[in-house]
Design a protein around this ligand. Structure first.
Ligand SMILES: Cc1ncc(COP(=O)(O)O)c(C=O)c1O
Length: 427
């Protein structure tokens, strides 16, 4: 195919109407969470809790929610990175899903935020409480809460809260209350602040704080932006759209590449294709791009808590340990100790490869600059990891002469992340 096709759109009438649940297709049953489920049973949205353990292959997206999906820019375009291919002089074809620019809050996170808020409102809740790392999830949840008529409270990892002032204001504009985590609001936060008044925080700490907060309010639910099965389920809309878009130009990916923190972005684009591999024996490869600050897929495969204080039950996952100190990076949405149980199982069975990029982030930000120079779009720091890994794959194709189809997700735009670009690339 010539490089003339640059954009593959999907008509609204072809937007997927169900999410794909891979659980029944997994090579072995998912290990059940261990320990006390009472806190989660109390603070989770009921519909999401049901979806968490569903054995149905397809879960229908309610019609009202399908309409909101349209409102927030779905279906989203798939682009061919033809200029980038040319620059790299690769025989590979590089396609990327644009989840960043076509989302009101700047990333894929809105896909599950809006679903969770929708179910929360239907249940009669008044407030949603959450954690955020990059701030993308916090903004998505703030937006989703606002447009469904709920309040939002966000505990934001302090290391990032400090440098993303514009995103903080963006969340406040949606009416959310936003706290730097560790905060003085909770026992977990106060203890850590006593030890270090400038504690940088972590996603695990922010989750503990949010859970403590939500547990004290019976009109509130705690919502997670990654890791859990139902979050990945909602994100499968990304991969389902990509599959239809590639089909329409007679393509199927040989490699699916994306960044991975807790796994919602990677799972979102990869799970529909992983399902195909499991069911039909296709040979597609899956590569997760991580930071050396938190290479959780290189950790141990065992039971561990999802939060710092051990309020959540223990999940069977690849983990670095729930109280592990991990140095802050600009792509801080990737700095999480554990990986989603579904993706961990698939990694353990050999279906997912991983690469971790150095903490100075020069390599990934340089890749993002190359992408921007050729394609024009500015990736979020986390998405820069997807771009770097896609470029590595395309360069390997140049070496081997293989005409592979590479699919990756630019999960967010970087309009509010310029400070990161400035500091790493010395602008
Ligand atoms: C733009 C973007 N992409 C990817 C991620 C990675 O998170 P996850 O692996 O949960 O999708 C984040 C997390 O904050 C993000 O903000």
């Amino acid at each position: 195919m010539t490089r003339d096709i640059r954009q593959v759109s999907l008509p609204v009438r072809d937007m997927p109407t169900s999410w794909y649940n891979i659980i029944p297709d997994l090579p072995e049953p998912l290990s059940a969470p261990e320990g006390d489920m009472s806190a989660m049973g109390k603070v989770m949205i009921k519909e999401c809790l049901d979806q968490e353990f569903s054995s149905e292959n397809w879960i229908e997206i309610p019609e009202e929610l399908q309409a909101i999906y349209q409102q927030i820019g779905r279906p989203r375009p798939l682009f061919r990175a033809a200029n980038l291919e040319k620059l790299l002089d690769t025989p590979a074809e590089m396609y990327y899903k644009a989840e960043g620019l076509f989302s009101p809050t700047g990333s894929h996170k809105i896909n599950t935020a809006i679903a969770q808020a929708y179910y929360g409102k239907r249940q009669g809740l008044e407030r949603l409480v959450t954690e955020t790392g990059a701030g993308q999830w916090g903004t998505a949840l703030s937006c989703a809460a606002r447009i469904t008529g709920l309040e939002a409270t966000v505990y934001w990892v302090r290391a990032v809260y400090k440098w993303k002032e514009a995103r903080r204001d963006f969340m406040k504009l949606y009416g959310a209350e936003v706290f730097a985590s560790p905060s003085g609001n909770t026992e977990t936060g106060r203890k850590l602040l006593n030890e270090d008044a400038e504690h940088p925080g972590s996603l695990a700490i922010a989750i503990s704080e949010g859970l403590e907060d939500a547990l004290l309010d019976n009109k509130a639910a705690y919502v997670l932006g990654s890791v859990l099965n139902h979050v990945l389920l909602h994100q499968t809309i990304i991969g389902l759209e990509c599959r239809k878009q590639l089909e329409s130009i007679d393509r199927y990916p040989d490699v699916v590449v994306s960044c991975l923190g807790g796994g919602s972005n990677f799972g979102g684009i990869a799970l529909p294709f992983l399902g195909d591999v499991l069911k039909s024996g296709r040979k597609t490869r899956f590569v997760a791009a991580q930071t050396e600050a938190a290479p959780n897929l290189q950790g141990e495969y065992r039971y561990d808590n999802a939060d710092y204080s051990g309020i959540t039950p223990r999940l069977k996952m690849y983990t670095l340990g729930h109280q592990k100190d991990m140095p802050p990076v600009f792509g801080d949405g990737l700095r999480y100790h554990g990986c989603s149980p579904i993706l961990s199982l698939l990694r353990n069975k050999g279906y997912i490869e991983t690469v971790a990029y150095p903490i100075d982030e020069k390599r990934v930000f340089e890749s993002a600059r190359t992408f921007l120079s050729e394609e024009g779009f500015l990736p979020a720091p986390e998405s820069a990891y997807s771009v770097a890994a896609a470029i590595d794959e395309a360069e390997a194709c140049k070496e081997s002469g293989e005409r592979k189809v590479i699919l990756f997700n630019v999960s967010g735009h970087g309009f509010m992340d310029m400070e990161g670009y400035k500091r790493v690339l010395h602008l």
